[in-house]
Each structure stands twice: as structure tokens, then as C-alpha cells.
Ligand binder design. Structure first.
Ligand SMILES: NC(=O)N[C@@H](CC(=O)O)C(=O)O
Ligand SMILES: [Zn+2]
Ligand SMILES: [Zn+2]
Length: 376
């Protein structure tokens, strides 16, 4: 039996079954999933009013989250990570047990000493590589990983501190749809040849090239987070019926064949893939404008969407390992002990969430989803 409890409770209709439809409904089982509380291994919580607005959504669904450091200015030191963690804890709803797992933003100047401090703090769990210019707030990122960062990466390998990778090259001559593939070929593969003991998480993978690469790496050394958007949408969703800014994120959505390869990998039951929403809120006006920001806000819908993907693949029995086991196992952290329940019952995603400084539009705003979280 899979550890995931997949309880089917029959919901009989009490009134007279008068049509074929009703007869069919009588046989429909109301499905409930009991899962070990999931963690989010890739999350943007931002700061200030935006942090206040979004952290309750993550805290409701997830036990812990790897919090990305791409603030302005970025979180480049352990001291800054500890202070940021405090501000997240302060923004949590009362009685929340949500635990932010902090990260450092790698720069050309990060020192091996900083890695020692990070490890000693017990609050910093990984270091994030943003190639300079690759994505939101990456301007202070790494310009030359081989030239500037090897001593730091060696120190990280010593401490089993994972390097989290935004895996895209930034060369403007490389087509945007090829940037992940080229990153793997020109940066990641050579880097792992030099540093075979470095633990790496390829964040938000989008291509079959990433899946193929991960499968060639030794287990426990390279893993990947996968977002709901890259499992459910392909690049048509950027243009369907007009330009769709709320489906724009980086790495950008890819062709259908890539989406299918990622779905196959994730629903295969492999322990190399785990949940990372890459929930990345931007105020509505920063998405709906002439130069819109990259990032999809999906914290409120992510679990519903992951359940949908696994259900469509006939792999609901593999969902719990993806949401709740593979991540902590890779990071060497204990699995959560509490549970959450998902029920197959429809709910409508809000059109937007208002907060002190404006609105945030979630993924699938206004649409009806099938799986919902419920409390006993
Ligand atoms: N994914 C995105 O499109 N945006 C992220 C940054 C990132 O994860 O690359 C953000 O911080 O807005
Ligand atoms: Zn990224
Ligand atoms: Zn991200």
C-alpha cells in the first residue's frame, strides 16, 4: 500500500434517482486524499505589504518553504537572511507553524567564510545561483561562475549545502526557448564534472533536456523542482485569445512535448523531482503593462493543480512522495508529521487578491478547480 491514503467515500444521493445522470452520480465516489503536509521547495515571499498579503496562503498549505533571496537588495549574507526570516515569522498568521528555510543569493563576491556562517546559523539551507540578467532581480547575480565562484562552491560541497540553480544562459543571441538546454550543456554539465560532490537543485525545470540530464546524474546529487504552470501549460497559453501576462514567467513556458516529458518524469514516482511552486507575486500593474514582470502567483492554487496533474496521469498514489517526501529527503531534513486533506470538490479561484498596495492576480483567476483543501 502506498503511504498516501486514498480514501474513496461514497456520497449517495438521497432523493429519487430519476435519470441516467442521477444513477451515474450515485456511483460517483467522492474522493479524498490524506497527505503528509507538503513543503514548497521554491517560493518568493517578497517583503513589506506584499509579504503580508501572500504568506498566509503558503502557511495554510505548506509546512516549510525554501524562500528565495532575490529581494532588492538581495539576501547575500547570513545576517540578512536571519533578519529576513524574522520579518517572515512576524507576518505569519497567529498559531501558524510554517517554517521559512532561508537561502543566500550567490554573487561574484560571496566568500567561503559566508558559507561557514550560513551552515552554522542553522537557518540557511541553500545558496541560489541567478546568472546575472536571467530573471527578476538577478542584476547582482553571477557573471562568471567558473572564474569567480569555484572556492565558494567547493565549500558548499563540503557542507552538503545545495546550490539552487536558475538554469538559463543570458546570452541575447541564444533563443529564449533554448536557454535552459544551453545552460545545461555549457554551464551545469561542466560544473558538475569539476565538482562532482556538489548537490544541485535545478529549479523550475521546463524541458525534456533537463529531465534527460537529471536522469544521467547520480541519485541524491542532482534533483529538480517542478512548478504547476510547467506541468499544466505550454507556450500556447501565453498567446491564447491575446497576450496573457499572468502566464508569463521565467523560464518561459515551452512546447507541448516538453510539458509532456516533465509530466512523465514527475508522475513516474522518481524521487529526483519535488514540489516547488515558484509562486512569484507581482502587483497587478507590474504584470499588465508595456514591460511586464516575469512571475506567476500560484500559492493558493498549487496543491489543487498538482493533484489534477497526478490524477490525469493516473498516478495519484505517487502524489505524496512528490509533495511531501522527496524534498526533505534530498535536503536531509525530516519529513513533516502532520497531515492535510484534499477533497475532490469544485471551488472557484478568486479573480484577484486585494492588499494594502494593490491587487495580485493568481494563476487560473476566476476558473473552477476540482481539488480543494479542507479541514475536518
Ligand atoms: N519565475 C519568475 O518568473 N520570476 C521569479 C524569479 C525566478 O524564479 O526566476 C520572480 O522572483 O519574480
Ligand atoms: Zn528562477
Ligand atoms: Zn523563482
Amino acid at each position: 500500500m502506498p503511504a498516501c491514503c486514498f480514501a474513496a467515500t461514497r456520497s449517495w444521493i438521497s432523493h429519487r434517482p430519476s435519470s441516467e445522470l442521477v444513477t451515474r452520480q450515485r456511483l460517483v465516489a467522492r474522493m479524498e486524499l490524506s497527505l503528509t503536509r507538503p513543503d514548497d521547495w521554491h517560493l518568493h515571499l517578497r517583503e513589506g505589504e506584499l509579504l503580508q498579503a501572500v504568506v498566509p496562503h503558503s502557511a495554510k498549505h505548506f509546512g516549510r518553504a525554501i524562500v528565495m533571496p532575490n529581494l532588492k537588495p538581495p539576501i547575500t549574507t547570513t545576517a540578512a537572511a536571519v533578519a529576513y526570516r524574522q520579518s517572515i515569522l512576524k507576518a505569519l498568521p497567529p498559531d501558524s507553524a510554517f517554517e521559512p528555510l532561508m537561502t543566500l543569493y550567490l554573487t561574484d563576491n560571496t566568500s567561503p567564510e559566508e558559507i561557514k556562517l550560513a551552515r552554522r546559523s542553522g537557518m540557511v539551507f541553500a545558496v541560489k545561483l541567478y546568472p546575472a540578467g536571467a530573471t527578476t532581480n538577478s542584476q547582482d547575480g553571477v557573471t562568471d561562475i567558473f572564474g569567480k565562484c569555484l572556492p565558494v562552491l567547493e565549500e558548499m560541497a563540503k557542507h552538503s549545502m545545495p546550490l539552487l540553480v536558475h538554469g538559463e544562459v543570458t546570452d541575447p543571441n541564444v533563443d529564449i526557448f533554448d536557454r535552459e538546454k544551453v545552460f545545461i550543456e555549457t554551464i551545469l554539465a561542466p560544473l558538475l564534472k569539476k565538482l562532482p560532490h556538489l548537490k544541485v537543485v535545478m529549479e523550475h525545470i521546463t524541458t525534456m533536456d533537463a529531465v534527460n540530464f537529471i536522469e544521467t546524474c547520480s541519485e541524491g546529487s542532482v534533483a529538480a523542482t517542478v512548478t504547476p504552470q510547467h506541468l499544466l501549460l505550454n507556450r500556447n497559453s501565453l498567446f491564447q485569445g491575446g497576450l496573457q501576462p499572468h502566464n508569463y514567467c521565467l523560464p518561459v513556458l515551452k512546447r507541448e512535448i516538453h510539458r509532456q516529458a516533465i509530466v512523465r518524469a514527475v508522475t513516474s514516482g522518481s524521487n529526483r523531482y519535488f514540489l516547488g511552486t515558484d509562486s512569484a507575486p507581482h502587483e497587478r500593474r507590474k504584470k499588465e503593462c508595456s514591460c511586464g514582470c516575469a512571475g506567476i502567483y500560484n500559492s493558493p492554487v498549487a496543491l489543487s493543480l498538482y493533484a489534477k496533474v497526478f490524477e490525469q496521469a493516473g498516478a495519484l498514489d505517487k502524489l505524496e512522495a512528490f509533495t511531501s517526501f522527496n524534498g526533505p529527503d534530498f535536503y536531509g531534513l525530516p519529513r513533516n508529521t502532520s497531515k492535510i486533506k484534499l477533497r475532490k470538490s469544485t471551488w472557484k479561484v478568486p479573480e484577484s487578491y486585494s492588499y494594502a498596495a494593490g491587487e495580485i492576480v493568481p494563476m487560473f483567476a476566476g476558473e473552477t478547480l476540482e481539488w480543494s483543501l479542507f479541514d475536518d
